[in-house]
Design a binder for this molecule. Structure first.
Ligand code: PLP
Length: 411
């Protein structure tokens, strides 16, 4: 068997149709979509069709979608954009420092940004408490809000554990208090369909005048195409109509909300990926098949490595993610051995690989330091097969045994 790829939360393989669409766009639709000539207008038309497909996947109106370079930029635009618009309304002063409420399990795109804004003195960050499974405590939210709260930002599904957050409860509190709510849905859109975003029911309403993921009371929602077999460097931010947002990159594109000539090929590829994801989501048996595969993986692994611990196992998770702690092992050593044996996994977020620090997400959940040091993330895609899962279990169990033998021999 060739390489077994269980690192789909880092990125997914672009589908064949996506690759073909990108190539065709690069060769045939390379004009600038802002140009008035026919070639430009053909590119514009293709971009707008792709926007419709992406909006249909998210379940929102195309006009409310800002196309960006991916999840990180969408998050940045949501947070800085809302803060910027708020500061235009409220002149800064010693008593006017805005606060942002978020959690320590957010992706670095959120955590690092709010951390930097706080260290510069522009905002105060208020952290929502978490339980041992890594679930944000939504009941604590009302006490953290006050008139200076500019934004609440909580992810839908955690990228390291797959744990699903109570974003509906959080959204309801925000709505009742009139505070904008941003949801990082990068690990949700294109994968999940059962609670709103991406379901055929909502996806069937892309042409509504004003929308929003109907079952999720939120005001901004970010997503990224490379997490659902689209190209890297394309994503989107849905913004509820009427919400004030200060653009961060100035230019006339995206209705003045995000400047820069559009990545036409990437956007067209993302539109194809969105269509394929919708088709896949329309058949609930597909998600069920993969959830069964993930469970088979965990059961098989725990049988072969009985002291392994699944982080976040005690609560609802997206079907594709599992985070497994191997006591007394170093994640990096295990990752390298797995890679030599043809298995791709990761130790936490892809962008933190190469660092020997344990995942801040696991530490924030209260996973003991030693276990966090030996924890790996395995993430499936809709292409993952049963033989791959069975082979992966054997490879991991053998690698764990080898590392343990060599560490006890060196004592
Ligand atoms: N948010 C989450 C939850 C993610 O998992 C990621 C990427 O891993 C991002 C944001 C950033 O997305 P992108 O890679 O498109 O910048």
């Amino acid at each position: 068997m060739g390489q077994i790829y269980l690192d789909n939360n880092a990125t997914t393989r672009p589908s064949g149709a996506v690759c073909r669409a990108v190539e065709a766009a690069m060769t045939g639709l390379w004009a600038n979509p802002s140009s008035v000539h026919r070639a430009g207008q053909e590119a514009r038309h293709a971009v707008e069709l792709a926007r419709k497909d992406l909006a249909a996947l998210v379940g929102v109106a195309p006009k409310e979608l800002i196309l960006t370079s991916g999840g990180t930029e969408s998050i940045d635009l949501a947070i800085r954009g809302v803060l910027g618009a708020a500061s235009l309304r409220t002149p800064a002063g010693p008593t006017a420092k805005p606060n942002v409420v978020t959690s320590r399990i957010e992706h670095a795109a959120v955590r690092d940004l709010v951390g930097r804004l706080e260290s510069r003195g522009s905002i105060e960050v208020r952290w929502l408490p978490l339980d041992r499974q890594g679930v944000v405590d939504a009941r604590a939210l009302p006490n953290l809000l006050d008139p200076a709260t500019a934004l609440v930002s909580v992810m839908w599904a955690n990228n390291e554990t797959g744990v699903i957050q109570p974003v509906h409860s959080i959204g309801e509190v925000c709505r009742a208090r009139g505070v904008p709510f941003h949801c990082d849905a990068v690990q949700w859109v294109g994968k999940m369909g059962s609670t709103g975003v991406g379901t055929p029911e909502h996806a069937a309403a892309p042409a509504r005048a004003s929308s929003g993921p109907p079952s999720l009371p939120c005001d901004l929602l970010s997503f990224s195409a490379h997490k659902f077999h689209g190209p890297k460097g394309v994503g989107g931010l849905w913004v509820r109509r009427g919400l004030a947002l200060e653009p961060q990159i100035l230019g006339s594109q995206e209705m003045d909300r995000r400047g820069g000539t559009e990545n036409v090929g990437g956007i067209i590829g993302a539109g194809v990926a969105a269509r394929e994801a919708r088709e896949w989501l329309a058949d609930p048996a597909q998600q069920a098949r993969l959830a069964t595969l993930r469970d088979r993986f965990e059961d098989g692994l725990l049988r072969r490595v009985p002291d392994a611990v699944v982080n976040g196992a005690g609560c609802p998770r997206v079907w594709n993610t599992t985070n497994v702690g191997f006591p007394s092992l170093e994640a990096e050593a295990l990752l390298l051995l797995l890679s030599e044996r043809g298995l791709c996994a990761s130790a936490g977020a892809a962008c933190s690989s190469g660092s020997l620090e344990p995942s801040p997400v696991l530490l924030a959940m209260g996973v003991p330091d030693a276990l966090a040091h030996g924890s790996l993330r395995f993430s499936l895609s809709r292409e993952t097969t049963e033989p791959e899962i069975d082979e992966a279990i054997g490879i991991i169990a053998a690698a764990v045994a080898q590392l343990r033998r060599s560490s006890s021999a060196s004592l």
